[in-house]
Design a protein around this ligand. Structure first.
Ligand code: BTN
Length: 239
């Protein structure tokens, strides 16, 4: 079992905590090492996007997991479950997960996860959790609405809670991850559209039908074909 948070490397400002953690992982830093920062100058999001947050108001952390083993196959789904539980231990919010790994509260994005890995040597688990960002402080060009934990929660308390829950979820069996993901699945039974899914399913729309044992998103296309999405970006189609 990996415990997270020791050693911890904190900086007031870095380019990207994922980048710093990646360099440490290459140098052989131990599993459980956590890199945090008050601010990032070049924070990275999924699909090559940037990620920004006002200084000191978001949890910006990257945890090293090494080595990667078979039981980590569903890590991308396990990490947002850890974040959901951490948030719910700190504030009266009920979180959901939007496949593959956005954490949502009331259909607004509370946290994003970016995992960068060099299997089987290591993975860097990057988490950006909006802790105390006021509604007017989010960038104006966000692709989807965002929200913070609020409730007077402190970034350091959020880090402690996230590290604790990561310990539980990182090594959870795939069956347990799928079962818990299913309970928190924000897309299940809803109409969605997707892009960049590969496998001849570059883009399309249909009904989300949960995740399979490999962590893929099951969909029934508008043409009535069952499909399993292993990558890409999905969006809810407004009701
Ligand atoms: C996403 O939803 O696109 C993923 C966002 C991940 C952002 C976090 S912030 C801490 C860590 N360092 C980075 O550069 N990115 C991740």
């Amino acid at each position: 079992m990996t415990s997270f948070g020791r050693p911890r490397r904190h900086s007031a400002i870095v380019d990207s905590t994922n980048e710093r953690a990646r360099r440490l992982a290459i140098e052989g830093a131990p599993s459980g090492t956590v890199v945090t920062a008050g601010q990032q100058a070049a924070g990275r999001g999924r699909r090559g996007r940037a990620w920004s947050a006002p200084a000191g108001k978001a949890l910006l952390c990257s945890a090293i997991l090494a080595p990667l083993e078979r039981q980590h196959a569903l890590l991308p789904l396990a990490v947002p479950l850890a974040v959901c539980e951490a948030v719910e231990s700190l504030a009266r919010l009920e979180c959901q997960v939007k496949w593959p790994n956005d954490v949502w509260f009331e259909r607004r994005k509370l946290a994003g996860v970016l995992i960068e890995a060099q299997p089987p040597a290591w993975a860097v688990i990057g988490i950006g959790l909006n802790v105390a960002i006021e509604p007017g402080e989010f960038p104006g060009d966000l692709r989807q609405p965002a929200v913070s934990v609020g409730h007077g929660v402190d970034v350091e308390d959020a880090l402690t809670a996230v590290c604790e829950r990561l310990e539980t979820w990182v090594d959870a069996t795939p069956e347990r991850v799928v079962a818990e993901f299913t309970k928190r699945d924000a897309l299940a039974g809803r109409r969605i559209s997707w892009v960049g899914a590969g496998d001849g399913a570059q883009e399309g729309s249909g009904l989300a039908e949960g995740v399979d044992e490999r962590g893929n998103l099951k969909v029934l296309t508008d043409a009535g074909e069952p499909l399993s999405l292993g990558a890409g970006e999905v969006q809810l189609i407004a009701d």
